[in-house]
Write a protein that binds this ligand. Structure first.
Ligand SMILES: [Zn+2]
Length: 198
């Protein structure tokens, strides 16, 4: 393993664990990836396994068609989504994805998550909701291409009935941005629930 890969994998492990501990992803769901700079390849979590204990063996190096270049596991079934984001968003250096409860609840009833604080407005710019019945498949990728074209510069979005996708320059920023999306969705729902009760 090169020093570059070692550094990237270390940060993927650190922020996967942080996501698990923060509660934005429990169990075995969720995935994350980092673009290998200057290439059409990425390091991505393999199928299965939890964010709680992400091992080096559970991270694979693939091209944007999901072909494994280094590693002995299969990439996450969500590799198409990650690859499409890298192809369409040149500034995306990392993609973080989680099945976060407040975000899923909020996206079930809203087209966009309201930005409930000035801080969130400044940091996120907007949290659009993507509606697709595709689940980590070619249909989802096709519909995502249209969604990204319609929402240029989007930093994070929620797929209805699925979860958060957050992209940024590095995996630490992408994960913390997803935490902010979940916090925003939680407050937005609490505000909606409290409406009419005072
Ligand atoms: Zn997912």
């Amino acid at each position: 393993m090169t020093e570059q890969f070692g550094t990237i994998i270390g940060s993927m492990q650190r922020f996967a664990e942080r996501a698990y501990n923060s509660g934005i992803q429990t169990g075995n769901g969720g995935n994350l990836s980092v673009r290998v700079p200057g290439t059409q390849t990425m390091l991505i979590k393999a199928k299965g396994g939890s964010f709680a204990d992400l091992q080096e063996a559970n991270i694979v190096h693939t091209d944007f068609d999901g072909k494994v270049l280094t590693g002995s596991s299969e990439p996450s079934r969500e590799f198409r989504t990650h690859a499409l984001i890298y192809r369409m968003c040149p500034n995306a250096g990392a993609v973080f994805h989680s099945h976060s409860p407040w975000s899923i609840a909020c996206a079930g009833r809203l087209e966009r998550v309201p930005l409930v604080s000035m801080h969130m407005e400044m940091k996120l710019g907007g949290i659009p909701v993507m509606v697709s019945n595709g689940h980590a498949d070619a249909r989802m990728a096709d519909e995502l291409a249209g969604f990204l074209t319609a929402n240029p510069g989007v930093k994070a979005f929620i797929q209805r009935r699925h979860g958060i996708f957050s992209m940024s320059g590095d995996i630490g920023d992408a994960e913390m941005q997803a935490e902010l999306v979940e916090e925003c969705a939680k407050i937005a729902l609490l505000e909606l629930m409290s409406e009419g009760r005072h």
